[in-house]
Design a protein around this ligand. Structure first.
Ligand SMILES: NC(=O)c1ccc[n+]([C@@H]2O[C@H](COP(=O)([O-])OP(=O)(O)OC[C@H]3O[C@@H](n4cnc5c(N)ncnc54)[C@H](O)[C@@H]3O)[C@@H](O)[C@H]2O)c1
Length: 253
């Protein structure tokens, strides 16, 4: 039975990816630092191992990998999904806030990838990192969040370059907005409406729509795909200025 580690797995996009892995016959190590929610969610699920860990802590990450191997025997995929969001003006973002975002969003990806790579080399496994459209296109208030996600996109290429010879594929998914706890904490009504205006599909995504792309990139169906970032964003990254105006012009009278 194939086994995936999903960090930040007990809610939002990570939980949706876990559910699809399970539907496709995988087992999942559900990793989260929110221990109460982790056990509440994992306890009701079959083929799920709950692993408490903060991905920004090297010792906890080492233990997380050891517990997964002890509990599930092998690792075929790592989904670096755990993330935190902060919307804050560039000039007013404190160094502590900057470090907090980098610690989970960037250090966490680095640490989990390094710690899991020896196990993934044994199975010819795959890694999928979760970045964001905020890592592809800059916007206001995202000096730390956007920069951390842009770094994840490049880190994906770095690891793909070096882990490829061990048979490990490394890819990235850059989601557009999804109504999760993370997004709703920072998306004010005007940001929600700005996203509707800027997205050709004219809506937010569903966690499951992001998760389908994640599980595909982990699967053998993507066996020759590595080093890539797939935006799952309703067309946001493809478009420039003028979309809302053009929509209005083409509205039926
Ligand atoms: N929701 C969106 O609109 C959106 C858009 C683009 C990218 N993303 C990215 O998708 C990923 C998942 O986001 P989500 O919206 O499902 O968020 P969420 O807040 O619903 O879930 C994130 C999970 O990660 C866990 N987590 C956070 N920091 C952790 C740490 N240091 N160690 C272990 N677990 C930790 C949280 O406890 C939580 O369970 C994140 O990387 C986020 O940046 C989300």
């Amino acid at each position: 039975m194939k086994t995936a580690i999903v960090t930040g797995g007990c809610r939002g996009i990570g939980l949706a990816a876990t559910e699809i892995f399970l539907e496709q016959g995988w087992r999942v190590a559900m990793v989260d630092r929110d221990t109460r929610e982790l056990h509440r969610v994992a306890d009701g699920m079959e083929n799920v191992l709950a692993v408490e860990a903060d991905v920004s802590d090297p010792d906890q990450v080492e233990r997380m990998v050891a517990e997964t191997v002890a509990g599930l025997g092998r690792i075929d995929a790592l989904v670096n999904n755990a993330g935190v969001a902060l919307f804050s003006h560039a000039g007013r973002t404190s160094f502590e806030e900057w470090r907090e975002v980098m610690a989970t969003n960037l250090d966490g990806v680095f640490l989990c990838t390094q710690a899991t790579a020896p196990e993934l080399a044994k199975t010819g496994g795959a890694i999928v990192n979760i970045a964001s459209i905020s890592g592809l296109r800059a916007s206001t208030l995202r000096v730390a969040y956007g920069t951390s996600k842009a770094a994840v996109i490049h880190l994906t290429k770095q690891f793909a370059a070096e882990l490829g010879e061990q048979g490990i594929r490394v890819n990235c998914v850059a989601p557009g907005p999804v109504r999760t706890k993370l997004a709703m904490a920072v998306h004010a009504p005007e940001i929600i409406s700005a996203y509707y205006d800027a997205i050709p599909l004219n809506r937010y995504g569903e966690a499951r729509e992001i998760a389908e792309a994640i599980v595909f990139l982990c699967s053998d169906k993507a066996s020759f795909v590595s080093g890539q970032t797939l935006a799952v964003d309703g067309g946001f990254d493809a478009t420039g200025v003028g979309l809302p105006a053009l929509r209005r012009e083409n509205e039926p009278a």
